[in-house]
Design a binder for this molecule. Structure first.
Ligand SMILES: [Zn+2]
Length: 255
């Protein structure tokens, strides 16, 4: 079998949870579900996903935290176009809008988008995939994508879409659970973030960095975090810039 992130075939069985088998890629360290659930099984699982309490609880405090994050992203960006991909209840879009950004939230779940639009009538929301929006030729200066990538069966077309959606010099901010974090390395299978089929891909710094760099992102830079969540910033280099040698400059990014 191929690793869904790096396509290498060297893999070892890691364990089982919720009747799904997990394998660890020996090349990039990704842990992934195999076989992946069928698309219709996943669609059924995500129906009315926003109604789960974790997405509608504490919206005010989530918005405050997002405002702090987005304020610092805004300082790194030259332009004002902001997109939250997988925006769910929409609090980060509202945070960006209140900071003066031209903010859009997208999600595949139309009932999430209806909820977000009711909650934040001044913000813009759309039920569309990142891939479909990228095909329309849209461009953004800040892409915000929190706790989305671990839900995907195939990250390749998604990462291609993120890269296409990002304007030259734009900033990507992405978060996902960190299986390499000191607080969860032991007894990983007991960790609540390991929950197939909701989460299908489990990243640590090496696997996420490799995936982003394979998709042409530069200045891949992890923010320190005491909690087991990877917070990564990456940029799209200007179209006329030459590609640096692999391994150069990645961790010393100015962002
Ligand atoms: Zn791999």
């Amino acid at each position: 079998m191929e690793c869904p992130s790096c396509f290498q075939t060297e893999t070892t069985f890691y364990g089982s949870k919720n009747a799904h088998d997990l394998y660890e890629c020996q090349h990039c360290t990704l842990i992934y579900v195999h076989p992946m659930p069928a698309p219709d099984a996943l669609a059924a699982f995500y129906h009315d996903y926003h109604k789960t309490p974790q997405y509608t609880r504490k919206l005010k405090s989530k918005q405050r935290r997002a405002t702090k994050r987005i304020w610092s992203l805004k300082r790194l960006s030259k332009g004002k176009r902001f997109i939250d991909i997988g925006c769910n209840a929409g609090f980060a879009v509202e945070a960006a809008r209140s900071l003066g950004l031209d903010a859009l939230g997208i999600d595949l779940d139309s009932s999430s988008i209806e909820f977000a639009q009711r909650q934040y009538p001044l913000a813009q929301f759309q039920t569309i995939s990142a891939e479909a929006l990228a095909a329309q030729g849209e461009g953004f200066d800040i892409i915000y994508c929190c706790e989305v990538i671990e839900h995907l069966a195939n990250p390749q077309t998604f990462l291609d879409a993120l890269y296409t959606l990002l304007n030259d010099g734009g900033v990507l901010f992405l978060t996902t659970p960190d299986i390499g974090h000191f607080s969860v390395k032991q007894n990983l299978l007991d960790w609540t973030a390991i929950r197939p089929p909701e989460h299908l891909l489990y990243f640590a710094k090496p696997s996420l960095k490799q995936l982003l760099e394979t998709h042409q992102f530069s200045k891949v830079n992890f923010r320190p975090n005491f909690k087991p969540t990877l917070k990564v910033l990456a940029q799209k280099r200007a179209a006329n810039a030459t590609r640096p040698q692999q391994g150069q400059g990645s961790d010393k990014a100015a962002i």
